[in-house]
Design a protein around this ligand. Structure first.
Ligand SMILES: Cc1cc2nc3c(=O)[nH]c(=O)nc-3n(C[C@H](O)[C@H](O)[C@H](O)COP(=O)(O)OP(=O)(O)OC[C@H]3O[C@@H](n4cnc5c(N)ncnc54)[C@H](O)[C@@H]3O)c2cc1C
Length: 579
């Protein structure tokens, strides 16, 4: 039996990325008490790795409007985004960016002292007439600056931080979320947090794939936990591959490279995007560019016939490359031994962003079924959630907007709920299910290795549920996932210690990844069309008649079932996407 501790807070926030921190700040400013739990030290959250920028129609460099931003986001989403949410998102983007500036974020500046803005994929003026400068940025360290600014403000407002606390379960009682159970990594002790409200802001799940831009800890825990309690996962088949990951490593080279004027070049030395997107060229949305890179590779136009293309920044000049893209320059010099000032950079699409996640209202309340019933007390925001503003494909810079706008809205909603409701009592021994899972893993004989299953799963997802998909490969992936689940039953843990037992925690993360892979593959199998990031080779056309709807994956014991719910369309009827 492990030591157990009990805490009580109005709002308990899981995740110290931009979404979690903005929510915590709002709760603290509304005089309710807030705790933030993070399995890594807060300032190491993946938001800190975001490079290129945060989109807001400030119009500081040239005319812009939130209506154009809305149009671009809806078109970019391949018409699967909920337009009521997108409208709020594009208007509030402006307020949140200005609020961040006032909180101290050091943005790059124009000559007359305004926040500077640059171009990014899919962002246009006058409803698609050409690129527009909408991305507010701080060199290529925008996320780092957001994270530091919000972290400092949270400390100023006395938010309580529990760093290196790994959340393993939520507690549901009388139909409400009343708290959660966390594992303290330094001691192996269990902690019960009794709460009026809980926010899941645990980020993405890029570790589903072998080649990914995502940090090691992005195993989608916050999506898997409510899924185990019957909450569906929405639109999981839409996983974004960013076109420019460093070849074979997946480390991201931001779209800001192309925003600053970088070009993609194939093995014949051609700027191949001229063929596919004559207006936006290399700044077409990511889903399309990644699919075109694969097409070029399949036609034998990869570099030396291999599975990558080149990113060319050389014409930008040393000064611009080093000033506007300092981290990118460092990555290329460090990891490849190449110099972007003189050399072409080998790139391939890398698994980057989960458009799907926990379904929520525009105030972050978690929806537990297909008719939008709220699960009281439970909230989700950021990459773990699906509002849905990104639909089938997210535009660059729109995730940072998402975490800020909906992190903030969730915090406000949680403070309001906490001020009006009392604590619902905890059930007896809420930690018991977690305790018995830990005991089982620690005591059963080690017949199978978690690392081996994880590597197999990541390769399977890369090969059969990546940029291109079809029935045969997806069916194989589905069967393999069933096999991984069976093999997992024989996984044991060699390290029996209580102090920093990362082997135990990584094994529990793998269990989450297996469930998320299943939800992703089953949703992808059922969607017999191509839309956004979901490119079915056997169903190459978008099919609005049958599939203009959100998928919902539900866990029923060991089975995953798929149902659907309607998309909210207010201003922009679906059209063919041309760039
Ligand atoms: C390399 C890279 C560059 C990017 N660049 C951009 C960009 O320029 N513009 C843009 O808009 N988007 C960008 N994105 C996407 C964007 O950064 C992310 O989608 C966004 O930052 C996610 O924020 P979040 O708050 O949802 O989660 P994260 O910042 O990922 O934070 C997740 C938090 O949850 C915690 N956590 C997770 N599981 C648990 C658990 N079980 N117990 C306790 N804590 C847990 C973690 O410790 C962490 O604190 C980029 C992403 C990457 C990977």
């Amino acid at each position: 039996m492990t030591n157990t501790h009990i805490h009580q807070f109005d709002a308990v926030i899981v995740g110290a990325g931009g979404a979690g921190l903005y929510a915590a700040l709002e709760v603290a400013e509304h005089m309710e008490n807030a705790a933030v739990l993070s399995k890594i030290y807060p300032s190491r959250s993946h938001t800190g790795a975001a490079q290129g920028g945060v989109g807001a129609a400030l119009g500081n460099r040239e005319p812009d409007s939130p209506e154009w931003h809305m149009f671009d986001t809806v078109k970019g989403s391949d018409y699967l985004a909920d337009q009521n949410a997108v409208e709020i998102f594009c208007h509030e983007a402006i307020d949140t960016v200005i609020e961040l500036e006032h909180l101290g974020l050091p943005f790059n500046r124009t000559k007359d002292g305004k926040i500077d803005q640059r171009r990014f994929g899919g962002h246009t003026k006058e409803f698609g007439q050409g690129p527009v400068r909408r991305a507010c940025y701080a060199a290529d360290r925008t996320g780092h600056m957001i994270l530091q600014t919000l972290f400092q403000q949270c400390i100023k407002h006395q938010v309580k931080f529990y760093s290196e606390f790994h959340v393993l379960d939520i507690v549901i009682e009388q139909g409400r979320c009343v708290g959660l159970v966390a594992y303290e990594i330094a001691t192996g002790h269990l902690h019960i947090f009794h709460a009026k409200t809980v926010l899941l802001a645990t980020g993405g799940s890029g570790r589903l794939y072998k080649i990914t831009s995502n940090a090691h800890g992005l195993s989608g825990d916050g999506m898997a936990i409510p899924f185990h309690h019957g909450v569906p996962l929405q639109d999981m088949e839409f996983f974004q591959f960013h076109p420019t990951g460093i070849y074979q490593m997946g480390i991201l080279l931001s779209e800001a490279c192309r925003g600053e004027g970088g070009k993609l070049i194939n093995g014949k030395g051609e700027r191949f995007m001229e063929k596919y997107a004559p207006t936006l060229l290399d700044l077409a949305p990511r889903d399309l560019i990644s699919q075109y890179i694969y097409e070029e590779i399949h036609m034998g136009n990869g570099i030396n016939g291999k599975d990558y293309v080149h990113l060319d920044l050389r014409h930008l000049g040393k000064d611009r490359i080093e000033k506007k893209l300092p981290d990118i320059t460092d990555f290329v010099r460090t990891y490849l031994g190449l110099d972007p000032v003189k050399d072409l950079i080998p790139v391939q699409p890398t698994a980057h962003y989960s458009m799907g996640g926990i379904p929520t209202t525009i105030n972050g309340e978690v929806l537990k079924d297909g008719v939008n019933t709220v699960l009281p007390g439970l909230y989700a925001a950021g990459e773990a959630a699906c509002v849905s503003v990104h639909g089938a494909n997210r535009l660059g810079t729109n995730s940072l907007v998402d975490i800020l706008v909906f992190g903030r809205r969730s915090g406000i909603a949680m403070a309001e709920y906490a001020s009006k409701n009392d604590y619902t009592p905890l059930p007896p021994a809420p930690e018991a299910p977690v305790q018995s899972r830990i005991n089982a893993l620690m005591t059963r004989p080690l017949k199978e290795s978690a690392a081996r299953i994880r590597a197999d799963l990541q390769t399977q997802m890369m090969d059969n549920c990546g940029v291109h998909r079809e029935e045969k490969g997806l069916t194989q992936a589905k069967n393999k996932i069933t096999e991984y689940r069976q093999r997992f039953e024989a996984v044991g843990v060699r390290n029996k210690g209580e102090v920093y037992n990362s082997e135990l925690l990584e094994t529990m993360e793998l269990e989450n990844l297996i469930d998320l892979a299943d939800a992703t593959v089953q949703s992808a199998l059922a969607r017999r069309e191509s839309r956004g990031a979901h490119a079915r080779q056997d169903h190459p056309k978008r099919d609005d008649k049958n599939f203009l709807k959100h998928s919902l994956a539900h866990k029923n014991d060991q089975k995953t079932d798929i149902t659907y719910k309607p998309v909210i369309i207010t201003k922009f009827e679906p059209k063919e996407r041309k760039y």
